[in-house]
Design a binder for this molecule. Structure first.
Ligand SMILES: Nc1ncnc2c1ncn2[C@@H]1O[C@H](COP(=O)(O)OP(=O)(O)OP(=O)(O)O)[C@@H](O)[C@H]1O
Ligand SMILES: [Mg+2]
Length: 286
């Protein structure tokens, strides 16, 4: 059973905590972790970015990394995506062929292959994830071309299909992203990332910086796509509402360390750590 299904079952079940644990253990036994992180620590000079991080991400799982500003969320996400190496610790990723890679020792060729074909990265600011001087259709087609697709008609067809999936009108295909609103740019960035059917998508505050109504629509869209495509997602957010809506499980970070981890509903309904209790009570008051 996939973890995503297990988490859904568990959250909808009226079972005792013990049977929940058994169900989760069954799910976790079924498939090896997609990503395994042990003892990951990063320092920027003497400043701690994150420390002693252990976590596993399972196939089909959406894992939220939450915590206040400066708690180390983006540092951790960037380390996991191999954007820079940790000061200590290991990160392993199991690819589509079942080969286990140490992210910190990838050859450039393998790193590029993973980035092109198996991973996506959705930045908070769409400008960091889009080519602003290339048309919307080009932004989507480019990602497919990087995977070896060359047929113009097919590239255009896929671009049109993905524009409609992210609710952008077909007649905007030749516009540059700079002519799009912030919400449209973010949807285009999502299309560019998902068109190549990645297995794992990293997202850093994907709905941050948008108006509340635009944010709600985007969240709804992300939720649908993640389910339809059975994606594994590492999602950074400081917003517990976003985490609850999208994530099966969450880890709570404070000052670079994990203070609590668990199924999203459990963590939010029954937070154990004083810091998580504070975060949860602040949204209830907010
Ligand atoms: N490039 C950098 N150089 C030095 N220190 C950094 C750098 N990037 C992050 N830090 C420090 O590492 C710690 C964690 O920062 P990080 O950006 O990972 O937090 P965050 O949880 O993503 O915060 P936010 O919600 O504001 O994005 C902070 O103390 C921050 O000042
Ligand atoms: Mg950040």
């Amino acid at each position: 059973m996939m973890v995503a299904q297990a988490a859904k079952l568990i959250s909808s079940a009226t079972s005792t905590p013990i049977s929940m644990e058994i169900m989760l253990a069954d799910a976790l036994d079924a498939e090896p972790a997609l990503m395994s992180v042990r003892g990951v620590t990063h320092y920027y000079g003497d400043r701690c970015g994150c420390r002693s991080i252990d976590l596993d991400l399972w196939p089909g799982e959406v894992l939220a990394i939450v915590g206040e500003s400066g708690s180390g969320k983006s540092t951790l996400l960037n380390l996991l995506a191999g954007r820079f190496p940790p000061s200590a610790g290991t990160i392993h990723y199991r690819d589509a062929e079942g080969v286990r890679h140490n992210i910190n020792c990838l050859s450039e060729a393998v790193r590029r292959r993973l980035l092109r074909t198996e991973w996506g990265f959705v930045h908070q600011n769409p400008r960091d994830g889009l080519r602003m001087r290339v048309s919307a259709g080009g932004n989507i087609g480019e990602r497919l071309m990087a995977c070896g697709n060359r047929h113009y008609g097919k590239l255009r067809g896929s671009a049109l299909d993905w524009l409609s999936r992210v609710e952008i009108a077909a007649d905007r295909i030749d516009d540059r992203p700079s002519a799009y609103s912030g919400g449209m740019q973010q949807r285009l960035q999502i299309a560019r990332n998902l068109v190549s059917s990645p297995r794992l998508v990293f997202m850093d505050e994907p709905t941050g910086g948008l108006d509340v109504s635009v944010q709600a629509k985007l969240l709804d869209l992300l939720r649908q796509l993640v389910r339809q495509l059975n994606l594994s997602v590492l999602l950074v957010t400081h917003d517990l509402v976003v985490a609850r809506l999208l994530a099966h499980r969450m880890i709570v970070m404070r000052r670079g360390e994990i203070v609590e981890t668990g199924l999203s509903d459990q963590v939010l309904d029954d937070p154990q750590h004083a810091y998580t209790q504070l975060l949860v009570s602040s949204i209830l008051q907010g």
